[in-house]
Design a binder for this molecule. Structure first.
Ligand SMILES: [Zn+2]
Length: 428
């Protein structure tokens, strides 16, 4: 066997059993109490938790690591962020986007994320970011499973060229169709924009990945339209709704009524806890609303929920290092998922639920599955949420691709060589 992991602790799904895990030819070939054969590489997990790798289901690679360029967001609001990004995006070069995206992807990999779904703003007509991120996707495919979503930041109906730009993005290889109906000028424009997005998705056979109802306005109710269209276009299981922060403020009677529509449409709701808790509630005095979609209500109603990091060191969010455990940490606080069983199951929000939305098969620590796994620096789920930080080892398709050295550095195997990467960041 190429790799044997000794004394790995499995998660709550496997009653926290301690096992040896054998890996060969990219697959998990044995899970048993004791593997007698020696591995070419031996990892002593010493009772540490081994889980499948993480999913970041909503991200913006094009703006990542631009903090302070051209200026800092002093008010911390969404609107100042959009203004700053509006200035920055006119000056993008492919090289700048590639350098920042590659750096942040290596951080994510070092912190155990192997699937990232990133938006890319397609309203900048030069398509600089689109071309750059398509290159990153191709050049880093050994390291990361990257999907790109064509994101009409300023709306689909606001500019007559945007539908065409969305189609152009599909033609050159962007994966999913995005939308932002709550940002369109009127409710009617919002509904129209959803139809345009579904039409394009259908034409190119792509999935839908929207920014939906990202506002505290309880009258923002586009998720119901998305659910209706999902059924109409026969897109069940192919639609993700990012943010849906308005759901936090919806009238309980209305929220209750549409839960079954969302479930029946097979929509995955993707909260972005770090950003939602930061950007929502900005018009409130005290008390300030939390403004995150109600995760536990959605889960108990059979709706798939997966999490996104959304932003790292950009005009909207000044922090972050690519640790999906930080995202989960925030989610369990904001939605009060602190019961013992809630904590154990919360890991699903960045693992199995992402796999379901992405439709990854052979996922999970089971014999015969693809050997994608993390040896966490934790002995159980509670440790993982308390201690955070990078896994000791990240294994992708049966190969070790990242190792944690200390709080400053990890090593990542990129483009045929081991590279030492730092999580420190100079702020300009
Ligand atoms: Zn977003």
């Amino acid at each position: 066997m190429e790799i044997v992991i000794r004394k790995a602790r499995l998660d709550y799904r496997h009653d926290h059993k301690i096992v040896d895990i054998g890996i060969d030819q990219g697959k998990i070939v044995e899970i048993s109490e004791r593997i007698t054969q020696r591995g070419e590489e031996e990892i002593d997990a010493n009772g540490r938790l081994v889980v499948p790798p993480f999913f970041n289901m909503h991200f913006h690679l094009d703006s990542a690591l631009t903090l302070g360029d051209p200026k800092f967001n002093e008010s911390g609001t969404l609107w100042e962020g959009i203004r700053i990004w509006g200035e920055k995006k006119k000056k993008l070069t492919e090289e700048d986007v590639i350098n920042r995206a590659e750096r942040v992807i290596k951080w994510f990999v070092a912190y155990g994320t192997l699937w990232i779904r990133s938006h890319v703003d397609i309203t900048e007509k030069s398509f600089t970011a689109v071309r750059a991120l398509l290159r990153v996707k191709e050049e880093m495919k050994e390291l990361i499973n990257l999907q790109l979503t064509a994101f009409p930041q300023d709306g689909i109906t606001s500019d007559k060229d945007v539908p065409e730009l969305l189609e152009k993005a599909m033609e050159i290889g962007v994966d999913n169709v995005g939308m932002i109906p709550h940002n369109e000028p009127t409710r009617e424009d919002g509904v129209k924009s959803i139809d345009i997005a579904f039409n394009i998705a259908k034409k190119y056979n792509r999935n839908i990945d929207g920014h939906i109802d990202e506002t505290d306005d309880p009258n923002s109710r586009f998720l119901e339209v998305v659910a209706r269209k999902t059924v109409e276009y026969n897109y069940k299981g192919r639609v993700s709704a990012g943010h849906v922060t308005a759901m936090h403020s919806w009238d309980p009677a209305y929220r209750f009524r549409i839960l079954s529509f969302i479930r029946d449409a097979g929509i995955t709701v993707v909260p972005n806890p770090l950003i939602n808790i930061t950007l929502q509630g900005r018009f409130d005095g005290y008390p300030k609303r939390r403004g995150m979609a109600p995760i536990s209500l959605l889960l108990t109603n059979g709706i798939n929920v997966a999490l996104g990091h959304d932003c790292i060191m950009d005009p909207w969010y000044p922090l972050g290092v690519g640790d999906m455990l930080q995202v989960l940490f925030m989610a369990v606080h904001v939605d009060q998922l602190t019961g013992y069983n809630d904590l154990l199951r919360s890991l699903d929000l960045i693992t199995y639920n992402g796999a379901r939305a992405w439709r990854v098969s052979n996922y999970g620590i089971e014999k015969g599955n693809d050997a994608n796994l993390l040896v966490l620096n934790a002995k159980n789920e509670i440790d993982a949420l308390r201690i955070l930080g990078p896994p000791l080892y990240v294994i992708k398709d049966g190969k070790i691709i990242a190792k944690s050295l200390n709080r400053e550095y990890s090593e990542v195997y990129n483009k045929g060589r081991w590279e030492k990467i730092s999580f420190f960041m100079d702020i300009t």
